[in-house]
Design a protein around this ligand. Structure first.
Ligand SMILES: Cc1cc2nc3c(=O)[nH]c(=O)nc-3n(C[C@H](O)[C@H](O)[C@H](O)COP(=O)(O)OP(=O)(O)OC[C@H]3O[C@@H](n4cnc5c(N)ncnc54)[C@H](O)[C@@H]3O)c2cc1C
Length: 424
């Protein structure tokens, strides 16, 4: 099931939104743990190789292994993930509808057992100087969720392995060759490096799923470049809350130069984020933590709310955020899912949901490929293109709700301008 109109704002009517999607610069949290034992042996060939073990890649692995593939009972699936297991990732807020996808993936029970925090709603200063509130109280699916990302990722990885998929951690995809087999069939030869010593490995795959996040590393090797129509820059701070009581609502605030966000997380953590453009606030660039604190201090809602908490062990992370779509989303024996296929502005807060939904759709494409029914372009492409258009319109709508600084660069570009096309 692909949610085409799920722009986060919809869940909380017009004034509420929040944020955060994108690709990333990966980061190491203080809780980062390397488990070298997980660097494991891989076979020479798999039916399906999934590049990237984020939400989209792991959902694809689960969906393919649990799908009814008729006579194809034992499709071999390898997930190639450059990070180590247990490494913390960016992104923690999910809409209530996520539970529908988790049920389809067979992990709803585990999800409720983990210590994810329900989120009652949003408080946002957007379009006016005082906060507006949007609650999930009327949503029949319940609250949105503030995830314990480590537990969430672990749950998906365990389910994928329990279903029979193999995951090779600390393994990086670096390139591909296409090996012709017959006129209409070809396998992909994938070049990987494993572990910290970058041990080279080669594996062949009948079908490849690009789930490498917004840079779409596999598509790039096929010379398919993302069409990017907006580019933002985020600085994120994670910290432990030593004392103080914050709001369980997610807080969002528009500022003259962008917007900022705060959410309390499970295990006494808090995440704060400032989103703008690299050129507008160069002082926020990576490494300038003082700039982050100063920018937060100038806000009227999020900053004062953060100040009520005594925080310790802050860690800062920066990343570029791209809104974009691949011009070609699939071929006869490959496809892109999640952020590799389409990446959204973090204001949509749809990244994880979108990744899981694309992963679920991958099983159908793989089934078609196994049955020799696959084509270069299927309903999947059309669905994602439509989803992306809906997203673009919603994004413009969201930013248009803030008119106080419509002449400022950040807002002018996003309120009036039709999507631009930038090279990624
Ligand atoms: C600061 C920030 C905040 C966010 N907040 C939210 C949020 O609150 N809610 C939300 O829903 N979404 C959020 N997102 C977006 C969300 O994280 C993504 O949309 C989502 O993770 C997409 O899932 P994915 O599996 O497609 O890609 P990713 O999660 O990016 O996973 C891609 C995986 O591929 C791996 N990979 C990349 N290159 C290679 C390679 N060459 N070889 C092997 N592996 C590779 C990466 O290590 C990564 O694990 C946020 C993103 C950022 C950056």
């Amino acid at each position: 099931m692909l949610r085409t109109d799920s722009f986060k704002a919809r869940a909380f009517e017009t004034r509420a939104f929040k944020a955060r999607t994108f690709e990333t610069r990966t980061f190491k949290s203080s809780s980062f743990k390397t488990d070298k034992r997980k660097v494991n042996r891989i076979n020479a060939h798999y039916d399906v190789v999934i590049l990237g073990g984020g939400p989209a890649g792991l959902a694809a692995a689960i969906a393919i292994r649990t799908a009814n593939l008729n006579k194809h009972t034992n499709v071999s699936v390898l997930v190639v993930e450059r990070q180590s297991p247990g490494q913390e990732r960016l992104g923690e807020n999910c809409p209530p509808e996520i539970v529908l996808l988790l049920k389809q993936l067979g992990v709803a029970k585990e999800f409720y057992q983990d210590n994810h925090e329900p989120c009652p709603g949003y408080a946002s200063v957007w379009g006016r100087p005082t906060p507006g509130y949007n609650d999930f109280i009327v949503n029949p699916l319940g609250p949105s969720w503030r995830l314990n990302r480590i537990a969430f990722d672990k749950m998906l990885a365990k389910r994928a392995e329990d279903c029979g998929a193999q995951i090779t951690w600390s393994t990086r995809f670096i390139g591909t060759d296409i090996v012709p087999q017959t006129a209409s069939h070809h396998a992909h030869t994938l070049h990987l490096t494993q572990g910290t010593d970058r041990h080279p490995q080669t594996v062949t795959a009948g079908f490849v799923i690009d789930a490498t996040g917004s840079k779409a590393r596999f598509a790039r090797t096929l010379n398919i470049q993302k069409t990017v129509d907006d580019q933002l820059f985020a600085t994120v701070r994670f910290a432990h809350v030593a004392s103080g009581k914050g709001s369980k609502q997610i807080q969002l605030e528009a500022t003259q130069q962008g917007w900022c966000y705060q959410a309390l997380l499970p295990e006494q953590k808090v995440v704060s984020m400032i989103v703008s453009e690299r050129e507008i606030i160069p002082h926020l660039r990576e490494g300038n933590h003082q700039g982050f604190e100063e920018a937060l201090a100038t806000t009227t809602f999020v900053g004062p709310s953060v100040n009520k908490l005594e925080i310790t062990n802050p860690s800062y992370h920066s990343c570029a955020i791209y809104s974009g779509i691949l011009p070609t989303l699939e071929g006869s024996n490959w496809m892109a899912v999640g952020d590799a296929a389409t990446s959204f502005d973090p204001i949509s807060a749809q990244g994880i949901y979108k990744g899981l939904s694309h992963g679920l759709l991958a099983a159908k494409k793989v089934k078609d490929w196994l049955e020799n029914n696959s084509s270069e372009c299927s309903d999947y492409s059309q669905m994602l293109q439509k989803q992306y258009r809906v997203y673009q319109n919603n994004r413009i709508h969201m930013y248009s709700l803030e008119q106080r600084w419509r002449e400022c660069d950040f807002w002018r570009k996003r309120i009036h301008t039709p999507p631009m096309n930038l090279a990624l």
